[in-house]
Design a protein around this ligand. Structure first.
Ligand SMILES: [Fe+2]
Ligand SMILES: [Fe+2]
Length: 174
């Protein structure tokens, strides 16, 4: 069994990941309304990844015979000032999640919960990538503000990310 403190914190992180999922759906819908299909597609895909993160955590708790307690989530931001705002919000969110992932790792270590420590390692790597991606995308949307140039960048640079064979298993298997 993982440490009780870790289980509690991981259950609350499941809520944070689902909140991130909804936030990215909201960002995607905003760009879809602006007829920016590449940006919309990018955020729909990010949303699915956040959902998968939550379901990886669910699977881990099940595998470890720990109780799964799915939390409610706060409503996402739905009003954006301009087309830079959703990306700025996404970068802030990814930085916040990085701190949450680090905190989970710290708890696992404090509790000598080695399996949970190892489980968190994939998320640490994932957060480095997600912060970097949002950081670069923010630079592009700030500098360009030209819809076609932004769409081209997303299609060219963020179009195809292959499956990660090292990723933890997802509850439900999808
Ligand atoms: Fe995530
Ligand atoms: Fe993320």
């Amino acid at each position: 069994m993982p440490a009780e403190r870790f289980v509690e914190q991981l259950n609350s992180q499941i809520g944070n990941e689902f909140a991130a999922h909804q936030q990215y759906v909201s960002c995607a819908a905003y760009y879809d309304e602006l007829t920016m299909p590449q940006m919309a597609g990018f955020f729909y895909k990010q949303a699915m990844e956040e959902r998968d993160h939550a379901m990886m955590m669910v699977q881990y708790l099940i595998d470890q015979d720990a109780r799964v307690v799915i939390p409610g989530v706060e409503a996402p931001v739905v009003d954006f000032e301009d087309l830079v705002a959703p990306v700025a919000l996404a970068l802030t969110q990814e930085k916040r999640v990085t701190a949450q992932i680090n905190e989970l790792t710290r708890i696992a270590r404090e509790e000598n919960d080695f399996a949970s420590d190892q489980f968190m390692q994939w998320f640490i790597k994932e957060q480095v990538e997600e912060v970097a991606t949002m950081h670069d995308l923010l630079a592009v949307v700030k500098r360009s503000r030209d819809i076609e140039a932004i769409e081209d960048y997303v299609q060219r640079e963020l179009g195809n990310e292959g499956a990660d064979p090292t990723a933890p298993a997802i509850a439900g298997g999808i």
